[in-house]
Design a protein around this ligand. Sequence first.
Ligand SMILES: Nc1nc2c(ncn2[C@@H]2O[C@H](COP(=O)(O)OP(=O)(O)OP(=O)(O)O)[C@@H](O)[C@H]2O)c(=O)[nH]1
Ligand SMILES: [Mg+2]
Length: 612
Amino acid sequence: MSFVVGTAGHIDHGKSTLITALTGIDPDRLEEEKRRGMTIDLGFAYLPLPSGRLVGIVDVPGHARFIRNMLAGVHGLDAVLLVVAADEGVMPQTVEHLEIVDLLDIRRGLALVTKVDLVEEDWLELVTAELSETLGRTSLRDVPILPVSALTGQGLDELKARLDALLAETPAREDRRRPRLPIDRVFTISGFGTVVTGTLVDGSLKVGEEVELQPSGRRVRIRGLQQHGQRVEHARPGSRVAANLVGVEKEDVRRGEVLAHPGTVPATRRVDASVRVLSGSPRSLRHGAQVLLHTGTIEVPARAIVLAGDEIEAGGSGWVQLYLGRPVAVSEGDRFVLRLPTPSATIAGGTLADVNPRRHPRHDERVWESLERRAAGDVLQEELRKYPRGITVQGLLKATLADGADVSTLDARRAGQWLFAPEAWAGITGRVRRALEEYHRVHPLRAGMPREELKSRLGLAPPAFTPVLAELASDGTLADRGGELALPSHQVQIDSGAGGPAGRLLEILGGHGFAPPSLPEAMREAGASVEVVRALAQKGDLVRLSEDVAFTRATYDQALALVREMVASEGSVTVATMRDRMGASRRPVLALLEYLDAQRITRRVGDQRVLR
Ligand SMILES: Nc1nc2c(ncn2[C@@H]2O[C@H](COP(=O)(O)OP(=O)(O)OP(=O)(O)O)[C@@H](O)[C@H]2O)c(=O)[nH]1
Ligand SMILES: [Mg+2]
């Protein structure tokens, strides 16, 4: 099991010196750091503890100007070593670093009063009391306070023993099989090329595998991995990792990018988050405020959309949507800190709840209720709500990174591979009803709307249409009448009374018994349109036997009765016997028998037809 701990504390309070005394490694590696005697950027070391446990250490700068570097160093920490110099006591960045640790909700650590060689016993007591009080307001309220000195070595053994005991009780980092390495350093090693380092979370990395840098999307391969200066084949979550990459130049990678398996951690420019504003914040978090979002090793400008009210006051909390200045790769559940750029101040922090949200209306409680349920673990159901046109099961699982999750328990309507939230389904049903009502009103003679028309009106993803239609037909929202879609209640309205084209058509056809004029001819004579014919057929007043032969209902019933009678007496009918019996020409008789075959009333056996 691997762990990572980080330092925190005011400038010059002895953080780096303490790390050197503990590990023999000087975390201040930059020439400028040596010259100025201060830490500027993150430094790294590792410490073997008495139990054999190896701990990665991230040393941060205390100077207020380098707070952004400090912020890149505190992600993924198992514990914090808060360092306070005995001669100075609690100072501004002691407080600010503690606030950041608190906003990130890091609860484990040790508070170290260092440089004890410089002070008297009673002064040390005062400083300890002050520190204890300061810690009491933060997530580190329960950590022990130890006096130490890097100079004399006082307390260092106890420090290691305490840290060892602390980590023995620290659970291993969760392996979500979705490794993310938020990059905090990029450099080159001659002969090897580009190396990136970071604290690995959420999964393991392997030598040889293909990975992706986000947000650039660049694909690279891991040539080698190192942990604490040792080559390894596997790096586990919760450890400091250096990855040697093939396929990218040093110049093309920077802090804030994330190394992940391809396609698993997409970049986003919008996130929803729950936010808590520090009670000591100099300002409230106003709607529309320009802030800096720090999460993982990312620092990105953002605009805060306060979803309820116009601001979140100091000490208060609420939901915000953040519009980011550029795409970044983050995950739901990630902790973050918000700072104001000028004058620079840490004001708030929280947890990301949705990294691919829609734009929200403000002051709409449904929005934060949904976010609350999502944050409470109802991710699939709340994600589904974002798709008014439905989403495939696979798409939903991908969007929520919930590979094998069970979708059968969701409150959802399923149509084939498609899932719809109840509101989405109600929306679709409503649109279908309105479209069909309108269509029936405009086209009362038509059986229904052509499929393709409804398809384009509904605007669903094309593959969703057929399963949705089947579902709508099975729940009785619509009826599929031979490819035309209608409300189940729809009846073709045709007035077949005398005088109108429909009436005339029936009159002309009916007037000639079994030998009517051809249908096109009769239509011309009656002035009846194709629609009228279709409507009459639909209503049942007319039976279309073929393209050009139609009988009135009465004629058809008579003809059918004749067929039944003939079969009953003769055993079968043929075109010839029926022609004689009906006293008609061959054309309508053939059309009639073929129609009866098609209707599965008769069956053809050679020249003969028998009843089925
Ligand atoms: N007497 C004494 N001096 C110390 C001790 N620890 C550190 N110092 C001195 O304090 C000064 C600052 O130490 P650093 O370790 O650079 O302090 P830091 O907290 O890392 O400072 P930044 O990284 O710039 O925030 C150096 O001159 C150290 O020699 C100690 O235990 N006793
Ligand atoms: Mg330092």
